[in-house]
Each structure stands twice: as C-alpha cells, then as structure tokens.
Design a protein around this ligand. Structure first.
Ligand SMILES: [Zn+2]
Length: 449
C-alpha cells in the first residue's frame, strides 16, 4: 500500500553514511548560529547598559530604541538566514526521496509535511483530506503482524494420498532392496520409501500405504498415520508457523528455529505414539522404530507413563532423546533444506528486522515447545548451542553477504527504524519530528519545487 522508493541522505551516525558535505554544512550552520547568538547577546548587553544608565538617571530614549532595533534586526536576519540555510541543505535529500502512498507518488517533503503522530500511530493526510495509516512505513513489526494475522486465519485442510504397495516379483526384486514396490507416488522415486506427509501452508498431505496382501499391510502400517502419527507431526508444523516460525530474526536464530520446528514436530509425534500405546493396553507395537529409544525406556521400566500426565523426568527424557536422535540421524539430511527454508523466510525482511532478537526467539521457542501442556523448552534451551556449533563457515559467509545486501538496500524510514533499535525510541521520535520541521522549512522557503 505504501512504500519508500528512493532515498538519499545522511541519516545514520555510522561512518559509511557520512559525507564531506555534511561536515561542511555543519560548519556553515554553526557560523549562522554564532551570528544569531551574537545578536541575542547584543540585546542582552544593551539592556544591561540601559539598566546601569537607569540607576544613574541618564536614560536616553532615542539611543535605546535604535540599539534595540539594531539588535533585533541582527537577531532576526541571522535567524532567517539560519533557517534558510537548513532548508537549502536539506532540500535535495527531501526532493530526491519519493514515497508511494495509495498508488500515488509524493515527495518525502510532502510526506513529512502532512505526517502526524496520534494514538493510531503515524497518519498521513492526503490533499483530499483522506487519513491513511502509514505505520508500516516506519515500523516493520506492523508488516510482520499482518503476515501473522493472515496465517492465524488459515483453515487447515487435509488430503490423503494413497500409495499402493506390493511385493516385487522376479527381476524387480533385485532393484528394490526391501523387495517392495511403491506405486502411484507422484513426486517420489518408486523404488524408495516415499515421504509420509507434508504441510504446505494450510494443506496437510498424509500418505496412506495400501498393500495388496494382509502380511505386507501389517508391515506398512508403521508408516501409516494409525501407528506413525504422521498427521500430528504435520499439524505441529502448521501450529509452529502460526506461532511465529516464519517471523523475522537474525539468520543464525532463524536457522536454529527451523531445526527446532522439526524437533518440535517429532516430540508431538512421539507423544501421539505414547498416547496410542496407552490407549491400546500398553501395546509396544504402537511405538515405532522412529522412537526406539522411548520403546526401550518402557521395556526397561524407566517410566510407567500415566494417561493425561507426563512427569518432569519423562518430559526431560523425551526432549533430550528426540533432540539426540534428530541431531544424529536427521540433521545432515535436513540441513540443506532447513538452510533454504530459513533464508526463504527472511527473503522480504528489511535490515532492521534481521537484527538478532533473543527475546522474540525465546518466546517463539516456548510456544512451539509447549506440547500437550508440557514445557519442553526448559530442557531444550540448554542444548541450543549444539545446533549453532554445526553451522558451517560457508553458511556464515553467505549470511554475512545477505545481511550486507539488506543493509545497503535500506530505505529512508528503514534507517529510521534501525536508529530506533540501535539508539532507542526517543532518538527515533526526535529524528522524525526534526524531519517534519525540516519539511516545513523547505516548503516555507519554496525549495520543494
Ligand atoms: Zn517435519
């Protein structure tokens, strides 16, 4: 709806944004400030002298008036010159920056001239008197919130994709290691085990394996939702997206979050198998090989799980064991995919949005790891360093390049946002107010043409 399309100016205090002209203009401004103060000083001195004269009863009205007039004249002339100078110095920056609001391109001078801060946020008033909220220009959190609101409103849809399975015959036997043929698996290779499910925004696709004989069907059931718990795994990915997996943060934190997205889905799946096990008279067949560590713990009597509640000890064990097995068996397989996913989520993020925000990260992690009312993040937050330790120098280098690109691309108000994060809200408000004032001066001296 509203975007800044071009900006030019020295807004940030960083060295790379400083120009020689800016330093020169500072000197010129200082010169005019000096004459302004000199004029003001003359008036004060005059009053002082007049007061001495008063005590001496030697009041000379004519001299007083002339002196006062001269002082005021010098003061106002240098004041006007100072304002003129500020307008002249800033006019090019404002004139070369354009803002697109409501499909209309306006100058940044016009933008600031008609910008007001109210309880609703930053409001721009169009020449027709229309009031538009332009908060999204000044604050990336609003953009992000709109995206999250859209995700929250999605209604989940479920699809079942049937894969027909049979034993291989004769020569095909050698082609298929497990001697099994999977047919009608669109995007997968038929000789290998097709994926069990996936979640794409609001659609969950579950694979249902249908064998042509009972014996094989028994074997295949461990990949079906009834034993595997595929649906809850995919549903957890959907919940995680609704709870902020796609929001903006630094590259390393987003990468770790995408790894944790998988770990969280696996914990939910493990809890589903635990529930199936309890619902079927503690039948161990309901704990598949995916969670063999949990089956072994049950076999050796490490826990005696109760329906409806999970002890601290059991929750800690599940969190650590799922993490260990994922890092050992799945990390290398998923690493590339997780890397592209995290990069994709930050594709549209402006530079201020990719600054590390640990609090936001912890809030999201706490939400995605509160599963069945149990807080698994309590245990897993202590293991996060193990994910960071596996980030390669090549990944770091790529992230650095991407961050630099975003830094260079920052627009005028994104730089303001950056200032807000690095220098505090007060500096941000002051700069915006100063810009509104500058815009007024520029239009007063007719430099906005
Ligand atoms: Zn998954």
């Amino acid at each position: 709806m509203a975007t800044i399309i071009y900006q030019k100016g020295d807004l940030l205090k960083r060295q790379r944004f400083r120009t020689g002209n800016a330093a020169k203009s500072q000197k010129t401004i200082a010169k005019y400030e000096f004459s302004f103060l000199l004029g003001l000083g003359m008036i004060l001195c005059y009053y002082f002298i007049v007061n001495i004269e008063k005590t001496k009863q030697m009041k000379k009205n004519t001299i007083k008036k002339v002196g006062l007039f001269t002082g005021l004249l010098l003061c106002s002339v240098s004041g006007v010159v100072l304002m003129h100078q500020v307008a002249k110095e800033n006019a090019p920056e404002f004139n070369q920056t354009k803002v697109v609001i409501d499909n209309k391109t306006i100058s940044i001078q016009d933008f600031y001239d008609n910008l007001h801060f109210g309880s609703e946020g930053w409001i721009y008033t169009t020449p027709e008197g229309k009031k538009l909220n332009v908060d999204s220009l000044c604050n990336f959190h609003h953009k992000e919130q709109r995206k999250q609101d859209a995700l929250k409103n999605l209604k989940l849809k479920k699809q079942i994709d049937t894969i027909y399975v049979s034993y291989a015959q004769n020569e095909l036997k050698t082609l298929n290691k497990p001697n099994i043929i999977f047919t009608k698996a669109p995007a997968d290779t038929l000789a290998n085990m097709p994926a069990m499910g996936r979640c794409n925004y609001d659609v969950i696709v579950i694979r249902e394996f249908k064998a042509d004989n009972q014996e094989l069907q028994e074997k295949m059931n461990r990949y079906n939702d009834c034993l595997n718990g595929t649906y809850v795994h995919e549903e957890q990915h959907f919940f995680n997206a609704q709870n902020g997996i796609r929001t903006w943060n630094s590259y390393p934190l987003k990468y770790a979050e995408c790894c944790f997205d998988e770990i969280s889905a696996n914990i939910r799946q493990c809890l589903k198998q635990r529930q199936n096990y309890l619902n079927h008279g503690r039948d161990l067949k309901y704990i598949t090989n995916r969670f063999s560590f949990y089956r072994e713990a049950l076999e050796t009597g490490k826990f005696y799980p109760q329906p409806g509640k999970i002890s601290e000890e059991e929750a800690g064990f599940i969190a650590n064991a799922v993490f260990d097995s994922w890092m050992k068996e799945k990390y290398d397989m998923y690493s590339k995919q997780v890397y592209s996913r995290s990069k994709y989520f930050l594709k549209d993020a402006p530079y201020p949005a990719i600054l590390e925000d640990k609090d936001k990260h912890n809030d999201i992690m706490k939400m995605i790891f509160t599963i069945d009312g149990v807080d698994f993040w309590k245990t897993l937050s202590k293991r996060e360093a193990e994910i960071f330790a596996r980030i390669t120098p090549e990944m770091k280098k790529n992230w650095e390049n991407l961050s630099n690109e975003k830094f260079q691309k920052m627009g005028y108000l994104e730089k303001l946002e950056y200032k807000k994060i690095t220098e505090g809200n007060q500096t941000y408000q002051n700069t915006l107010n100063k810009n509104v004032l500058k815009a007024k001066l520029i239009s007063m001296f007719n430099m906005d043409k």
